[in-house]
Design a protein around this ligand. Structure first.
Ligand code: HEC
Ligand code: HEC
Ligand code: HEC
Ligand code: HEC
Ligand code: HEC
Ligand code: HEC
Length: 282
C-alpha cells in the first residue's frame, strides 16, 4: 500500500514537473503575443468594427513596434507572411505622414488623431489658417513644434506617448525687431490660447496683451496684433496714444505710403512674405 502511494506521489510530482516545463517552453516560444486570439479576431481589417486594427493601434498610443515583430521591420510581411503595404501603399506604408493625422493638404490636422476635423476641436484648431494664412507667409511645423527627423525620432511620438503634441515655439515667436520688448510665447492648453508671442503683438507699439484663440478663427482680425481690435484699424499705438510717424487720422489705406513693399493703397497685404516675418519693412 505504502509503495503504491509512493509511486503515485512520484508520478504526480513528475507529471507536475512535466506540465511546468511544458508551460515554460510554451512561454519561451511566444515572446511576441498576438493582440487577440485567432491571430487578430473578426473585424480586424474592417474600419467599422470595434476590433479594427486602426482603433486598436490608437488605443495603444500608436505603437507600431508591436506590429513589426510579426509583420517585419519594413512591414512587408515578416513571419506573419502578411504585408501591410498592400493596403497602405503610400510612401512609408503605415508610417505615412498623412495616415494618423492630416490628409491631402499635409500632415497637419485636420484630421486630428482622434478623427476630428472641426476647428473647435483642440487637435484641429487653426492649423489651416497658419499653414495657409490670409496676411502672412505660411508658418512651418517647426514654428510651433519641435523639429524632428522622421517617424521614429523620439521627438515625434516619443517613448512616453500621450497623444498630445508638444508645443515648442520657433525663433519668430521670440523676435524683437531690435526693440526693448521681449516676447515669452506661451501655449495654454486649458484656455486654448497663445499669448506673449511676437507674431501676435508682443513688440513695440504692438498689442502686447493680444491672444490668439486656437479654436476660434475669428479671434484674430486686422487690428488684433497692432491697432484697434474693435474697429480693426491697424495703425500702431500704445494705450491709444499714437507716436510719430503714426497718427490717429491714419487708416488701413494710409500704410502703403511708407510700407509700400508690404501693402497697397487698398489696404491689401501684397507681399505676405514681408508681413509678420520678423522684420520691419518701410
Ligand atoms: C503574433 C504575431 C502578430 C502580431 C504581433 C501582429 N500580427 Fe497581424 N497578422 C499576423 C498573422 C499570422 C496574420 C495572417 C493570418 C491572419 O490573417 O490571421 C496577420 C494578419 C494581419 C492583417 C490582415 C488581416 C486581413 O484580414 O486581411 C492585418 C491588417 C494585420 N495583421 C495587422 C496587424 C497590426 C496593425 C498589428 C499591430 C497592432 C499586428 N497585425 C500584429 C500576426 C501578427
Ligand atoms: C486590408 C487592408 C489593410 C491592411 C492589410 C492593413 N491596414 Fe492599416 N488601415 C486600413 C484602413 C482601411 C485604415 C483606415 C484608413 C483611414 O482612416 O484613412 C487603416 C488604418 C491604419 C492606421 C491608422 C490608425 C489611426 O489612428 O488613424 C495604422 C497606424 C495602420 N492602419 C497600421 C497598419 C499596419 C501596421 C498594418 C500591417 C501590420 C496594416 N495597417 C495593415 C487597412 C489596412
Ligand atoms: C502611427 C501614427 C502616426 C503616423 C504615421 C505619423 N504620426 Fe505624427 N504624430 C502621431 C502622434 C500620436 C502624435 C502626438 C505625439 C505625442 O503623443 O507626443 C504625433 C505628432 C506629430 C507632430 C506634432 C509634434 C510633436 O512633437 O508632437 C508632428 C509635427 C507630426 N506628428 C508629424 C508627422 C510626420 C512628418 C509624419 C511622417 C513622417 C508623421 N507625423 C506620421 C502619430 C503619427
Ligand atoms: C501656429 C502653431 C502651429 C503650427 C504652425 C503647427 N501646429 Fe500642430 N499643433 C498646434 C497646436 C496649438 C496643437 C494642439 C496642441 C495640444 O493639443 O495641446 C497642435 C497639434 C498638432 C497635432 C496633434 C493633433 C491632435 O489630434 O491632437 C499634430 C499631429 C500636429 N499639430 C501636426 C502639425 C504639423 C504636421 C504641422 C506642420 C505641417 C503643424 N502641426 C503646424 C500648433 C501648430
Ligand atoms: C509716414 C510713414 C508711415 C506710415 C504712413 C505708416 N507707417 Fe508704420 N512705420 C513707419 C516707420 C518709419 C516705422 C518704424 C518706426 C520705428 O522704428 O520706431 C513704422 C513701424 C511700424 C510698425 C512696427 C511697430 C512700431 O510702431 O514701430 C507697424 C506695426 C507699423 N508701422 C504699421 C503701420 C500700419 C498698419 C500703417 C497704416 C495704418 C502704417 N504703419 C503707416 C512709417 C509709417
Ligand atoms: C497675427 C498678427 C497680425 C495681424 C492679424 C496683422 N498684423 Fe500687421 N504686423 C504684425 C507684425 C508682427 C508686424 C511687425 C513687422 C513684421 O514682422 O512684419 C506687422 C507689421 C505691419 C506693417 C508694417 C510693415 C511690415 O514690416 O510688415 C503693416 C503695414 C501691417 N502690419 C499692416 C497690417 C494690416 C493692414 C493688417 C490687417 C489686414 C495686419 N497688419 C494684421 C502682425 C500682424
Amino acid at each position: 500500500m505504502k509503495k503504491i502511494i509512493l509511486y503515485y506521489g512520484l508520478f504526480t510530482a513528475m507529471l507536475a514537473m512535466f506540465l511546468v516545463y511544458q508551460g515554460c517552453s510554451e512561454l519561451d516560444n511566444s515572446v511576441t503575443m498576438a493582440p487577440d486570439i485567432d491571430t487578430h479576431g473578426d473585424g480586424w481589417a474592417n474600419p467599422s468594427s470595434n476590433n479594427f486594427h486602426g482603433k486598436y493601434i490608437a488605443s495603444t498610443k500608436w505603437n507600431l513596434n508591436q506590429c513589426k515583430t510579426c509583420h517585419g521591420g519594413d512591414y512587408t510581411g515578416g513571419t506573419a507572411g502578411s504585408s501591410c503595404l498592400g493596403c497602405h501603399s503610400g510612401s512609408g506604408g503605415p508610417q505615412n505622414c498623412r495616415l494618423c493625422h492630416g490628409g491631402p493638404g499635409g500632415a497637419n490636422p485636420p484630421k486630428a488623431l482622434n478623427g476630428d476635423t472641426s476647428v473647435t476641436s483642440l487637435g484641429v484648431g487653426v492649423h489651416a489658417s497658419h499653414r495657409n494664412p490670409q496676411f502672412s507667409a505660411s508658418v512651418s511645423c517647426e514654428g510651433c513644434h519641435q523639429d524632428f527627423d522622421g517617424f521614429d525620432d523620439p521627438l515625434h511620438i516619443g517613448p512616453n506617448a500621450d497623444g498630445i503634441a508638444e508645443i515648442v515655439f520657433g525663433p519668430l515667436a521670440y523676435d524683437t525687431i531690435n526693440g526693448p520688448i521681449r516676447p515669452n510665447p506661451t501655449w495654454d492648453r486649458n484656455a486654448a490660447t497663445c499669448s506673449n508671442a511676437y507674431c501676435h503683438g508682443t513688440f513695440k507699439e504692438g498689442n502686447v496683451n493680444a491672444v490668439g484663440v486656437w479654436t476660434n478663427p475669428n479671434s484674430v482680425v486686422c487690428g488684433t496684433c497692432h491697432g484697434d481690435p474693435v474697429t480693426g484699424n491697424p495703425t500702431p499705438r500704445t494705450n491709444n496714444i499714437f507716436t510719430e510717424p503714426h497718427y490717429s487720422f491714419m487708416t488701413i489705406t494710409s500704410c502703403y505710403v511708407c510700407h509700400g513693399s508690404v501693402i497697397n493703397g487698398q489696404g491689401q497685404i501684397t507681399n505676405k512674405d514681408l508681413h509678420v516675418n520678423g522684420e520691419l519693412n518701410y
